[in-house]
Write a protein that binds this ligand. Sequence first.
Ligand SMILES: [Mg+2]
Length: 577
Amino acid sequence: MRTTSPAGTPHAGTTGTAHPRRSRRLLTAAVTAVAVVGLALGTAGPASAHAAVPAHHAGGSPSSWGWPPDSQLTPRTHFVMAPDGSSGLTQGGEGIPNIDSDKKTIYAYYGDPGTGIADKTSSPYISEMNRIVAAQTARLQRDFDKAKRRGEKPALVFDADDTTLWTYDMEVADMHFNFNPAEQDVWVQGQRFPATPAMVALVNKAKRIGYTIFGLTGRNDNQKAATVANLAKVGYDPKAFVADRFYTKWTNTGSSTQPSYLTCVATCTTVEYKAGTRAHIESLGYTIVANYGDQFSDLQGGHAQRAVKLPNPTYYLPSADLPGLTEPWLAPRTRFTMKPDGSSGLTAGGEGIPNIDSVKKTIYAYYGDPGTGISNKTASPYITELAKVVHKYQNRLVAQCRVESRFGGRPAIVFDTDDTTLWTYDMEVAAMHFNFDPALQDVWVQQKKFPATPGMVALVNAVDAAGCQVVGLTGRNDGQKDATIANLKDVGYNPFESDFFFTKWTGVGTSQQPSYITCAAAKCTTIEYKSQTRKYIESKDFGRYHIIANFGDQFSDLLGGHAQRAIKLPNPTYYLP
Ligand SMILES: [Mg+2]
């Protein structure tokens, strides 16, 4: 299940070495500049007709259909997302947190500069851990004294991963958010984990006060010795976490078997295992004053006076609560505010960042992906939403193509390629696991492996038949042009041809930046490349085409004007600002 990644680029696109299609740059200046151009060239009706809606949700007024000004061509920032992925069935593509923005938000939260390595001295995560732990530390003595007055034996229970040991660098730099148990075991046996921020001092102080400390982790019996050693190595009092009071999960090999005090049949759920183990600790005479975990499944099921939830948006390990028990306060948040550029990671707090595993599940549901990384090709919320877009625009565009071409105009419609005419889901998810890899993409491109985007073949062929010039405009490069056009023909598109298909220069040999494109920096932004190409298509030099519509799945396909209307297709699987 490990994903291939370009060497040394754990997050393709944040390092500047990615393929042009995925090159991600800070475009604030460019966006601001082109917004003015877009407004100047637009033919919108009253601005109120477009209030903050995605292009294909714009109002039905005939003067305004589908034309949002640049200022409104921007990702949504408020989301409703249930942790189990079910929101993918109801929220629409623009209503699903884009996974690239979610990753950037997580990077910002952990002070990760884009290397997959968390900042170990200062970050919003560290600040939040400091606040949570300070509040817990402040009551340690009081809680202990209270328990002692009652004649109890006060104990604290701690989960391991992301409660006492910090897995971020493994999860992100090494695994790129795709958990791999074999690789995890390498980290565990190598005792490679740093301590979670602030927790060493808490545990050691609790030990000094006199608490009995228990460890309780989903790591297995074969990992127990290395885990206890890792904890001591990073500063936890070696008398706090000891093997006898450190509960790991059985492997069902040799002497590692399910303890008799756990009554769950066959495989225990996380909650059955953890709550049952806490019940066992209580049966030994201890009072669990507090139970610390980064997953709600560490905390559900009772058997602790207090549950302390530590933040962790980097994975989600759900588990049903014990039968008959409902603890709605031990459940993830479902409403989120997330800006596309990751900056919300500086302010939202860990629980306020969409958990990346829930984002993935939501995306799977939206594409009808059963968990294999392969989208459903016949029915899904995504297919339904694209059918609505096609239904909304096809006849109106066909009518306009007919009228303008009959009266001697040269109407044209511009289409992006990836996730506008060709569908990359299976590559992005099954092959790349949401970690873009330009070398692997090139294999898919050259082998013409992409199916058509649902509904788009009919629309493209219809506007072509009605007299519109169909134009391709993609961030794929000149070396991929022939294969891309052949792929489009293979899946049923009639009109795409080389003279009307714009791919990006490679800077090698004859593939050079065209004279009609001038960019602020040496490397053109997507918006510079695409909007100036549209301007060129409209120019006398190319033939004075009238671009009546521009289709794209990225806002950067659409910003910068030079089209009568911009039509945004949904795509939560990546974000190219
Ligand atoms: Mg954990």
